[in-house]
Design a protein around this ligand. Structure first.
Ligand SMILES: NC(=O)c1ccc[n+]([C@@H]2O[C@H](COP(=O)([O-])OP(=O)(O)OC[C@H]3O[C@@H](n4cnc5c(N)ncnc54)[C@H](OP(=O)(O)O)[C@@H]3O)[C@@H](O)[C@H]2O)c1
Length: 329
């Protein structure tokens, strides 16, 4: 490629939030063995992106400064590295970049073929870019931790999804409803109709007493909770769980980890399951296929240009998005 430099958004130290993101001209990366160079069409933000900036995974992440954040991307392949067999220049793809290297908030990014899937024309770049972290987390929580079968077979399961209006929650509601489930969801008052439109059977406003107590309006006890917010103690979950109910906590803090250990050690039937997303290519391909077939959608909170990446970053930190925040070069 004749062009050597690209526009990227990066930070060069821990902390500082949106104000410490810097726009820079940096070298276009070169794909190594098994890698693909993408011309970016869209990237989506996740809370973990700014948590890394805050130092949550210090000293491992970021691997070096300056760091271009962003791991969930859609783009067109313009160059392939050595040994790549399944892709060629011109292919449209969705990819999950490693947190170690990031790279999403830029005009070009390098993806590993092991976490890259083809994006069919029915799936827009923004819809595709929303999927990796949020979609795979919802998928893993439901299928692996809660045991829901997304082909609709399996026994009826009562699921509670907290923060159902957020990036992970919106996918979790839609995916859960592909299975044989009854879904109770929590969100703010302004999003109740929206979350019902995703398929939730009953929706609680988290700012009401019943919502804060997570009490199912139909009196159901939950077999699994996909817990997508923070700050709810075990004592609130416990009376709402069925005999072998599980709370799948995707943001487990110290008290959740203590509960996890205690429940294990005491052979409690009710369990807390801390979950860390483990990205798998076949699952990402499955999610893209569901979007193509119209069985899953990416709800988009906002689409901002790369030149306004700091506004997207601030919005993500603010924690009030409805769906995914997308950045486009
Ligand atoms: N374990 C993993 O691998 C993994 C993967 C992905 C994400 N996560 C974590 O999961 C969490 C959620 O991520 P996300 O991307 O879904 O967040 P998000 O998109 O920022 O969530 C925002 C939404 O949450 C709603 N909300 C906030 N507090 C709530 C409450 N108490 N009850 C109900 N709804 C509430 C907000 O509604 P209002 O605006 O009405 O308040 C807003 O719509 C983050 O902490 C993230 O780090 C973990």
């Amino acid at each position: 490629m004749a062009r050597k430099l690209m526009h990227a958004v990066q930070y060069d130290c821990y902390g500082g939030g949106a104000a410490s993101l810097k726009h820079a001209e940096v070298p276009i990366p070169t794909p190594k063995k098994g890698e693909l160079l993408l011309k970016m069409e869209a990237a989506s933000l996740n809370a973990f992106d700014w948590k890394i900036q805050n130092g949550v995974a210090r000293p491992f992440l970021p691997s070096k400064f300056p760091y271009v954040p962003g791991t969930d991307v859609a783009g067109e392949i313009i160059e392939i590295g050595q040994g790549v067999k399944d892709f060629k220049a011109g292919d449209k793809v969705v990819a999950h970049l490693s947190h170690l290297n990031g790279g999403g908030l830029a005009e070009f990014a390098v993806a590993n073929e092991s976490l890259t899937v083809t994006r069919p024309p029915e799936v827009s770049a923004a819809e595709g870019a929303g999927l990796p972290v949020a979609g795979l987390t919802a998928h893993q929580a439901l299928t692996q931790a809660a045991g829901v079968k997304l082909d609709g077979t399996g026994k009826q399961t009562n699921i509670l999804i907290t923060a159902a209006s957020g990036g992970v929650g919106q996918y979790a509601v839609q995916l859960a409803k592909l299975g044989n489930t009854h879904v109770t969801a929590t969100c703010g008052a302004r999003n109740i109709d929206f979350v019902k439109s995703l398929g939730a059977d009953e929706v609680l406003d988290y700012k009401t007493p019943d919502g804060a107590a997570l009490r199912s309006p139909s009196g159901r006890k939950y077999d699994a909770v996909v817990h997508c917010t923070t700050g709810i103690p075990w004592s609130t979950f416990e009376p709402n769980l069925s005999d072998k109910g599980k709370v799948i906590d995707i943001t487990p803090g110290p008290s959740a980890l203590v509960t996890f250990a205690l429940k294990k050690l005491t052979f409690s039937k009710k369990q807390l399951v801390p979950l860390l997303m483990n990205a798998k290519k076949e699952n990402l391909a499955y999610l893209v296929k569901l979007v193509k077939e119209g069985k899953l959608k990416t709800v988009i909170d906002s689409e901002l240009p790369l030149s306004k990446a700091e506004d997207a970053w601030a919005k993500s930190i603010d924690g009030h998005a409805t769906g995914k925040i997308i950045v486009e070069p």
